[in-house]
Design a protein around this ligand. Sequence first.
Ligand code: NCD
Ligand code: ZN
Length: 421
Amino acid sequence: MSFDLVVSGRAFVKGEIKYSEIGITDGKIASVKSSVKGGEKRIDVPGGVILPGFIDPHVHFRDPGMTEKEDFSSGTLSAVHGGVTCVLDMPNTLPPVTDVSMLLDKKDHVKGKAYADYGLFAAVTPGCSAGMLAPLVPGFKLFMGSTTGKILLNDDAEIISTFRDIALTGKRISVHAEDDRMISKEKENNCRDHLRNRPVEAEINALRRLSRFKGMKINICHNTNAESVALAGELGFTTEVTMHHLFFEADKFSSSEYKVNPPIRNSAVRDKLYRSFINGKISMFGSDHAPHTLSDKSKDFDEAPSGIPGVETTIPMVMNMVRNNTITLKQAVSMGSETPAAAFGMRKGRIEEGCDADLSVFDTRNFAKINVRKLHSKAGHSPYEGWEAVFPDIVMVRGEVQIEGGEFCGEKVGKDAYGKH
Ligand SMILES: NC(=O)N[C@@H](CC(=O)O)C(=O)O
Ligand SMILES: [Zn+2]
């Protein structure tokens, strides 16, 4: 058998790190063995571990409509620099993705712009043509609490009837679970006020209301507290966690840079969330990359939009946790690659025959401090400036090298993972 490319080195294969030779043909992994013959081209990875490319199941790339904050090129460029080879983009762009024609318009619009593979979510709206949308999307997104964009749906009767249609399609519904009726709109001056207006109970109550959908394919986004995580687990839902909810506390991190929905919680809530993450109770990382320009974020707290960028820093921070033995590599790969691929039905996320040849190589000896000037998002700011992280040495999207020796050498090879219909 001849391959277009053979990548060899220590690789994470079926839960173990072992020397492997990965034969790649037409962008797919065709063979994984201790030795494969042939290969037009060979890349011998000198150090570090070859991992499946990471998948970020939750980004907001603002394209179309708010491209001064991010566009598909800057967003996916940022992604590959952080070891992320596939992103799932949320539908609160302008116009929002609420029907087939808007979805197809957005697909046309972003085509040819991406450095990483991608999928585009559709919003859950009453009467959305779930059956027609389903083959074209990774899943559907429900916003139960108001936030950037205007696609709120918080009425039980409407949620029930729409979920019934979506259940028939087999697609997962990612939920922004904050009960809007429990969100107060009083003036805010800092993150403590934002937290007062959007209490933990709003999140837990939204989840309680979803308990009637036990066993359905539902994913609870950006969990901020251990109770939500536990309840979601009991209901058979998948869960996401962000770095900002794991690491920030409203008392210490109070400026509008940290204003985000759901909000940064207090230290007691954060500590319990962190423990449930360490104990393996959370399914996936999701950056909730929500870029806003510095001038937007510099407005008075009450006026400033909510959202924190993170697509480029999430996995490097995760790999730093692996370096520190805070979590195992197995947990990092499960939460960052395997589970998102399985949850959203992609042949990605594993170094196995038949999967896309999305690979990332990390060497935990190469840690560095995050430097905002070296990040690629248009946001131009990061709350993680100066934090230690491990950035990837090599990143490959379906066999196409995007990063080598830590340097960008890529092209806009990114494809819609739900596009062949
Ligand atoms: N997380 C945020 O605070 N903002 C997100 C929307 C969202 O996920 O709530 C955004 O699009 O700006
Ligand atoms: Zn979001």
